[in-house]
Design a protein. Structure first.
Length: 202
């Protein structure tokens, strides 16, 4: 067990912050869990728990440093449009959108900061983030675990996990570009009525 502590540490370090590539490492951890080298339950807890802690940190930074967070999101037309787009959908859909935005590229960062800026309640945000991270951790780890079980080879499962991760990342990037908010356009009345396109949620 002591010899695998570094793997749990790497999982925590790469899943806590947003925007850090980690899919291949998580799939590898799933394959190692299937081989009996890691604890499946512990892998799931570390991945989901550290990701949720990272989401909470992003939200907390957005609340504490709201001016800096708003200035950062408002710095470029693309970020400004993403802020207004995300704020509008948090207002309109609430918890379901908080869960869903986790699976959009850069969604952890922009979603967490925007939720903080519109004063979306911390308990509701953490509930949505917790559900999203549990789902994300489960299928990410399962990719490597089931691959190892089906192939009977840890290394083969890890290679497949890495390959699928690259394909998923590529598809996500293409979808992100296709659905990219248009700067200065398509804002709802909520976004237009407030400075920077952000108003508090009720």
């Amino acid at each position: 067990m002591d010899g695998t502590l570094w793997m749990y540490g790497m999982l925590a370090l790469t899943t806590f912050p947003p925007l850090v590539p980690n899919a291949a490492l998580i799939a590898s951890a799933g394959a190692l869990a299937e081989a009996g080298d890691l604890s499946l339950i512990l892998v799931l807890l570390v991945v989901a728990g550290s990701a949720l802690a990272g989401d909470a940190a992003v939200y907390g930074l957005g609340r504490i440093g709201s001016r800096r967070a708003h200035a950062w999101l408002d710095r470029t037309p693309r970020r400004k449009a993403a802020l207004a787009w995300t704020a509008d959908r948090i207002h309109a859909h609430g918890l379901p959108f908080v869960i869903g935005v986790r699976f959009v590229p850069s969604g952890r960062l922009v979603g967490g900061l925007t939720a903080a800026l519109v004063r979306y309640g911390a308990p509701r945000y953490l509930l949505g983030a917790g559900i999203a991270e549990a789902v994300w951790a489960s299928y990410s780890v399962a990719l490597g675990y089931w691959g190892g079980s089906a192939l009977g080879s840890t290394w083969s499962a890890m290679l497949i996990g890495w390959g699928v991760s690259l394909v998923v990342a590529g598809i996500a990037q293409l979808l992100s570009r296709a659905a990219r908010p248009v700067p200065g356009g398509g804002l709802s009345a909520t976004g237009r009525d407030a400075p920077g396109g952000v108003t508090p949620t009720p």
